[in-house]
Write a protein that binds this ligand. Sequence first.
Ligand code: SF4
Ligand code: SF4
Length: 193
Amino acid sequence: MARIATFFDAVWSILKGMGVTFREMVRPTITEFYPYTRPELPDGARGIPVLLSDEEGNLKCVACELCAKICPPQIIEIIWHRGEDGKGKKILDGFNLDASRCMFCGLCAEVCPFEAIAMSDVYELTTDDPTTFVYDIKRLAELGRKQTTPITNYGVKTTYVGTEASGKTVPLDSVVTRPAVGQPGSERTAVSQ
Ligand code: SF4
Ligand code: SF4
């Protein structure tokens, strides 16, 4: 009796497996020919965080450092000085973000009181040069200025194309290595507030 039950169990398992196979055979294919066919990302999809600018092109960031403090893996480095002989408001000198350790959690964008940083649709971050994982202020601002949509769910869409039909990554202008904290960085760009 036990043998007959085992036999029917085995037959049922095979039929179930074959059922899945046949069902998938008649379903329309959903495989995309990436990167030649690119997926349409939903609003609020999370790629690398980018720095947003105002209408004049100035970065909105005021160097309050809230994003750096809340970032779980502590990958944001903000460099600033006080204007007007050290007594005025903060002036942003540098903003480095190590994309190799970003969790894309969006906390930096969520905590920012000035909507100065947002998650972007830039997600193709692979590189054969690990030093390029660090995005400096110039690269983050350049990406942020490609913003095409209002902030939705802490994210924006951009015109950044990433990988072209050729399958090659489009290089950004500025690629720098991470400067040591407290050391002058060769590529740091002062940005007026
Ligand atoms: S991006 Fe926003 S939270 Fe981060 S330092 Fe600039 S203003 Fe502050
Ligand atoms: S998305 Fe998360 S991990 Fe990435 S920089 Fe922002 S707070 Fe840090």
